[in-house]
Design a protein around this ligand. Structure first.
Ligand code: NAD
Ligand code: TYD
Length: 355
């Protein structure tokens, strides 16, 4: 079996669902159920004995040691993290706690477990750490995309905490020989994406008749990948990646934010036209920029393509259409995630951001 951490969040839940759609290997899912964790994402597995959900913290060394001893996983995929840049600006503490201290404690527990495994299990064991392209910092226009050897230049508390976790993972391989793999992926989008991030926020706000808040000039560039393609890359790296190596994952879809918002509006105009016949574009509002806002990310995914034969299945056009359709078909999910805490976050992040 495998142990997944953070498997009730956006990417982790997609990963668990895809994993069990393709294999019968049991998944132990350790998740602290922060605001971003949602058991409803895994509702279709409620009666499925191949999925064992454990409510807990990756930083709880006693719990993690017990889980490892009890279930003897052959691999661990670490998704658990605080993941939102804007939240890291308002309150970095949780990012330090989970992304740095939590990853460190997880590594310590895994090291002790791995050390005592029988020889063959030791050799076959893998810890795959899921990270982000944001650790590489910001690119100027026309600079080449990030390769795995690009220097680390994180600019937000979020990316700095992920960078620290990547360094710890690297050090545990270098120093203790722990068989680790690291993936650094670009921006994901798709089903179960919490509506604090750009694409789901725009869909949800558009349908609710609310403003579509574009930070700054809207010309910041992100490189978008459909979440299921990220999941297939992780499965491939787990299966065939070389121990100690880093693999960049991306879809080759660099787009300015304003283009993303226009695309979402055009799809909604087509699939769920506004009652007044006007375009959702009317709701676009430019607001005060994010402090320290990275201008451009772009991933060079040629290594994983060349060495492991991975390529994404979706283009941006097919992936974004599926995503908008998913949100239209899952309005109950959308309503349920908009709790009081969500509304408080929206209030905190957007009030006072002058239009
Ligand atoms: P998310 O915020 O949607 O989910 C994070 C999950 O981790 C939640 O279920 C949460 O409850 C859980 N969690 C948080 N702290 C925990 C702790 N201490 N112990 C156990 N569980 C805990 O995040 P996501 O977008 O699914 O991202 C998953 C991973 O992928 C993160 O490590 C993130 O840095 C990385 N990543 C994300 C993107 C992206 O575009 N979303 C891109 C590249 C890499
Ligand atoms: P986000 O989804 O938060 O991902 P990240 O900051 O990790 O790339 O934001 C994607 C881009 O969209 C980023 O450049 C910030 C911008 N953005 C807005 O313009 N308005 C918003 O309300 C949000 C949440 C993001």
């Amino acid at each position: 079996m495998i142990l997944v951490t953070g498997g009730a969040g956006f990417i982790g839940a997609n990963f668990v669902l895809e994993w069990l759609a393709q294999s019968d290997e049991t998944v132990i899912n350790l998740d602290q159920l922060t605001y971003a964790g949602n058991r409803e994402n895994l509702a279709s597995l409620a009666e499925d004995s191949r999925h064992v959900f454990v409510h807990g913290d990756i930083g709880d060394s006693v719990l993690v040691a017990r889980l490892l001893a009890q279930h003897q996983p052959r691999a661990i995929i670490n998704f658990a993290a605080e993941s939102h840049v804007d939240r890291s600006i308002h309150g970095p503490e949780d990012f330090i706690q989970t992304n740095i201290v939590g990853t460190f404690r997880l590594l310590e527990a895994v090291r002790a477990y791995w050390h005592n495994l029988p020889v063959e299990a030791r050799q076959n064991f893998r810890l795959l750490h899921v990270s982000t392209d944001e650790v590489y910092g910001s690119l100027v226009k026309d600079a080449p995309a990030f390769t795995e050897t690009h220097r680390y230049e994180p600019n937000s508390p979020y990316s700095a905490s992920k960078a620290a976790s990547d360094h710890l993972v690297r050090a545990y391989h270098h120093t203790y020989g722990l068989p680790v793999l690291t993936t650094n992926c670009s921006n994901n989008y798709g089903p179960y994406h919490f509506p604090e991030k750009l694409i789901p926020l725009m869909i949800v706000n558009a349908l609710a008749g609310k403003p579509l808040p574009v930070y700054g000039d809207g010309q910041q560039i992100r490189d978008w990948l459909y979440v299921k393609d990220h999941c297939s890359a992780i499965r491939r790296v787990l299966e065939a990646g070389k121990v100690g190596e880093v693999y960049n994952v991306g879809g080759g879809n660099e787009k300015p934010n304003i283009d993303i918002v226009h695309t979402v509006c055009a799809l909604l105009d087509e699939l769920r036209a506004r009652a007044d016949g006007k375009s959702y574009r009317e709701q676009i509002t430019y607001v005060t920029d994010r402090p320290g806002h990275d201008r451009r990310y772009a991933i060079d995914a040629s290594k994983i393509g060349r060495e492991l034969g991975w390529t994404p299945a979706e283009t941006f056009e097919t992936g974004i259409r599926k995503t908008v359709q998913w949100y239209l078909e899952n309005q109950d999910w959308v309503a349920n995630v908009q709790s009081g805490a969500y509304r408080e976050w929206v209030e905190k992040n957007y009030t006072g951001r002058a239009a």
